[in-house]
Write a protein that binds this ligand. Structure first.
Ligand code: NAD
Length: 251
């Protein structure tokens, strides 16, 4: 049954002209990064308030302590998994045109994907909240209780989207364009609950794209019949099977 669905999805992807992939926390779970919500989720151990923009400015030391442990020490140890690598191979083979990711873990880029739109920003760079200079994480002292700008000593903020903050303009515009342009969207490991990112597959569907979804369980996209093909299983298993079905020559 599942093999038939894989072959069906592979045929759709092979015939498509513009495949866009949208990923969520689920694709990085097998790299050792838990998702935010659910039983094993990050928010069971941390209070999401540390990523609230207002709280960050009022309690920078407390916010920064959690941000460092979570997004620099812990995320820093994660490595790309076979699902990230399969997507990169499919891009190099000309099948995948771009990836829109809600993740901030840099693992698509690490796996070699080139056209990656980081909808919620990233942990690689930080901006001074006073003079707006931008630094790579290697250029700043992340061991300080509150990391500061080498130029004017202003507080640094990581360039990922906090609660209460807008989506980076360039990423929002280009992701929207990709959602309108694609004829197939492959969604991997996202609940479909985080706005406005969750609207992109719906926009693609309205523009007549076929939607293929990979998730270990039903998401809002499955339940609301946004997905045309649902591949239930782990991202690594499903992506490797899809990749083989698309790229391997029949013997
Ligand atoms: P989510 O936490 O709401 O949902 C994760 C989804 O992944 C669920 O639907 C779950 O069933 C599925 N899933 C879990 N393990 C999977 C696996 N092995 N294979 C396939 N699917 C699997 O994630 P979300 O919808 O992406 O939204 C949460 C927000 O939190 C996003 O904005 C994201 O930026 C952020 N986030 C990022 C990271 C990261 O950068 N790796 C980690 C946690 C949260």
């Amino acid at each position: 049954m599942m093999q038939a669905e894989i072959l069906k999805a592979a045929a759709v992807l092979k015939q498509a002209k513009h495949v866009v992939v949208m990923t969520g926390a689920g694709i990085s779970v097998e790299s050792g990064i838990p998702s935010f919500r659910g039983e094993e989720g990050i928010w069971k151990r941390y209070d999401p308030i540390v990523l609230d923009l207002e709280y960050f400015f009022e309690n920078p030391q407390a916010s920064w302590a959690a941000i460092k442990t979570l997004f620099y020490d812990f995320f820093g140890e994660a490595r790309a998994n076979p699902a990230h690598f399969a997507l990169s191979e499919l891009e190099h083979a000309g099948i995948v045109k771009s990836i829109i990711t809600q993740n901030i873990d840099n693992l698509h880029t690490e796996a070699g994907s080139k056209q990656v739109y980081e909808y919620h920003g990233n942990t690689r760079t930080l901006t001074c909240t006073s003079c707006h200079s931008v630094y790579s994480r290697e250029q700043v002292d992340l061991t300080a209780p509150i990391p500061r700008c080498p130029k004017d000593h202003g507080m640094l903020k990581p360039n990922f989207v906090f609660f209460g903050e807008g989506i980076p303009e360039r990423e929002a515009t280009l992701s929207h364009q990709e959602a309108c342009r694609c004829d197939v969207m492959l969604i991997i490991g996202t609940t479909g609950e985080v706005r406005p990112a969750c609207n992109l597959p719906r926009i693609a569907k309205q523009n007549r794209a076929k939607i293929i979804e990979i998730n270990i369980e039903k998401s809002l996209y499955t339940l609301e019949h946004v997905s045309d093909i649902f591949l239930q299983g782990k991202a690594t298993t499903m992506m490797q099977a899809l990749k083989h079905a698309i790229l391997d020559k029949p013997v």
